[in-house]
Design a protein around this ligand. Structure first.
Ligand code: NJP
Length: 245
């Protein structure tokens, strides 16, 4: 309550749900993404229920736009207490399809994007001797699935980065780090899959089991954020009950 959060990938899915949830709890949310029309709608929705949202047009791959977004939020609120590194892509394909442009985009958004926002926000948290960073990894950051190889590689990087970051900034700077590892969540993430066979597999999966909703993830983030300061919920591994893999 009275805190400020920067949420990347807030224009849809898990990020938008988390923005709504934190705003309801009294957090001022800096909602960051490229699609500002979506952010406008979200801001209107949040403010209609008494929350406060600040739109940050941000491409997490573009350091200048990340720095501008962070500066805008700090100017408006004086602080960033929570950073949710959530923006991500999952254009799945088998390696022998050589969709190398998609691989590079995944590495850029899923890994470099997290490094860009973290390096821009961390100095403010270090100065405040307080903060909480949430990173969206995945079940794909715990194990490897064929067809998801490059995505798994990017999410394993986020799991590793979260662990190392926690070791370096927890004790020294009083900053908590939580690595979120969801199973299947019903969002637009699956729409980017360009490989027809993998896309069909994912669509079948959606018919045969109940996916998590963005809000299920948002609830756990609020729970971790509200824990007493000496409690760092280091990992949240959250699965649909019916997901057996
Ligand atoms: O997907 P979606 P999710 N700069 O597509 C943003 C992980 N995850 O909510 O810029 C800035 O609805 C994009 O915004 P825009 C997943 O890997 C998911 O499911 O306007 N933002 C949009 O808001 C990802 O890390 C599942 O296009 C950029 C958002 O990213 C996170 O959850 C399972 C951007 C994507 O929202 C959220 O994904 C799992 C850029 N360059 C992990 N590029 C799952 N859904 O099943 C993209 O284990 N965005």
């Amino acid at each position: 309550n009275g805190k400020t959060a920067l949420i990347t990938g807030a224009s849809s899915g898990i990020g938008a749900a988390t923005a709504r949830e934190l705003a309801q709890a009294g957090v001022t949310v800096g909602i960051a993404a490229r699609r500002t029309d979506r952010l406008e709608t979200l801001k209107t929705e949040i403010e209609a229920t008494g929350g406060k949202a600040i739109i940050l047009e941000m491409d997490v791959c573009d350091v200048a736009s990340v720095e501008a977004g962070v500066a805008k939020l700090v100017d408006a609120t004086g602080t960033i207490d929570i950073l949710f590194n959530n923006a991500g892509l999952m254009p799945l394909s088998d390696i022998d399809q050589f969709k190398t442009d998609e691989w590079r985009r995944m590495v850029d958004v899923n890994i470099n994007g997290v490094l860009n926002t973290t390096s821009a926000v961390l100095p403010h948290m270090i100065a405040a001797k307080s903060g909480h960073i949430f990173n969206t990894s995945s079940i794909a950051g715990r194990k490897v699935f064929a067809g998801l190889t490059v995505y798994c590689a990017t999410k394993h990087a986020i799991t590793a980065f979260s662990d190392g970051l926690r070791m370096e900034v927890g004790k020294k700077h009083n900053i908590r780090v939580t690595c979120i590892q969801p199973g299947a969540v019903a969002t637009e993430l699956y729409e980017q899959i360009s490989d027809p066979a993998i896309k069909a597999q994912m669509e079948d999966l959606r018919k045969e089991m109940t996916f998590l909703e963005g809000n299920d993830i948002a609830n756990t983030i609020l729970y971790a954020a509200q824990a007493p300061n000496h409690v760092d919920l280091a990992e949240i591994f959250i699965m649909p009950t019916q997901q057996s893999w």
